[in-house]
Design a protein. Structure first.
Length: 316
């Protein structure tokens, strides 16, 4: 399971896109605003190749659909598609013009891409995809060298929930948010921390530990649902614009600065909240399934168990 979490990072070392810059993207130019950054595209293609090679070798050895099911492969591919939408499609560059587009990108990076990748069992697939000379045990050791106990500790529900929450709130502080838009290196750190902590969080929500002990995962999902919804509500209901960067940018899309901010807040509040609510439901169902059954009430020997009480009453 630790290998699964580590290898899920491979599609994400594509490197978050750089700062959005000052070029405004009008509606008529949006479909020409793709970002084919080699530092993004090359690792994505490498991760897809490694995953596909691993699945092919695993199915060739164990049988098609064994070890990794077709549905899991489909989920992983959907995660990669969502990552392409976030970092390669016009959505990335549009994030410098519209706060709502930028928030949609963040939503993909923290609440859509990571769970889809994790559900695709990338650790198993990619371990099988490594060159034949590497044993799967050696592959795991190479990837996890230096992480050790830190990796295990950070993926427990409490720690993952705290890290994910802190990153979400800190980067949406107006001053830091606008600073990241203006500086490539800071924007890279922003997206890297979004992705990294989201992977830890979703590992805690979906991994084997959550299956065995769903209670802490349920608590983490519920806390994230609450504070994420609260942050979205603050952005939506703010009476004034919070992010000066977008002043004068949104009008080319027919939106006022405040209306664009309200739409961005709703994106965080509702669609992202729905994903966290789904994590709550999943772990609530797991918790109910693992709860011990109440002992059956034994009525044998009770005067009413065999109708004795009724017969005695009748004799009176």
């Amino acid at each position: 399971m630790r290998l699964k979490a580590a290898l899920a990072l491979l599609p994400l070392i594509a490197g978050p896109a750089g700062a959005h810059g000052t070029d405004l993207i009008p509606p008529e130019a949006v479909w020409h605003a793709w970002s084919f950054d080699p530092l993004v595209v090359a690792p994505l293609l490498a991760a897809l190749w490694l995953y596909g090679r691993g699945v092919s070798r695993l199915w060739g050895r164990a049988g098609q659909g064994r070890g990794i099911g077709r549905a899991q492969v489909a989920l992983y591919l959907l995660g990669v598609v969502a990552l392409i939408v976030a970092l390669v499609s016009p959505l990335d560059r549009l994030g410098g013009t519209l706060l709502s587009a930028h928030m949609a990108q963040h939503g993909l990076l923290v609440s859509v891409v990571p769970p889809l990748l994790m559900l695709g069992r990338p650790g198993v697939a990619m371990a099988w995809g490594f060159p034949t000379g590497w044993s799967r045990r050696r592959s795991a050791a190479v990837i996890w060298r230096g992480l050790g106990r830190a990796g295990r500790a950070l993926s427990v529900p409490l720690m993952a929930t705290v890290l994910h929450g802190v990153v979400l709130w800190v980067w949406h502080a107006p001053g830091l948010f606008d600073a990241a838009l203006a500086r490539d290196w800071l924007h890279w750190i922003e997206h890297a921390t979004f992705l990294g902590t989201a992977l830890l969080f979703w590992q805690a929500m979906l991994g084997a530990r959550a299956v065995r002990r769903p209670g802490p995962a349920l608590a983490g999902a519920f806390v994230t649902l609450l504070h994420g919804g609260f942050l979205g509500a603050l952005i939506t209901l703010a009476p004034v614009p919070l992010y000066p960067w977008y002043e004068g940018h949104t009008q080319i899309w027919g939106l006022s600065h405040l209306a664009d901010q309200q739409l961005a807040g709703l994106i965080m509040w509702v669609p992202m909240g729905a994903v966290y609510f789904g994590a709550c439901l999943l772990n609530a169902v797991r918790l109910m399934r693992t709860a011990p059954e109440a002992p059956a009430i034994q009525l044998s020997g009770h005067p009413f168990a065999s109708g004795q009480g009724q017969s005695n009453g009748g004799n009176r």
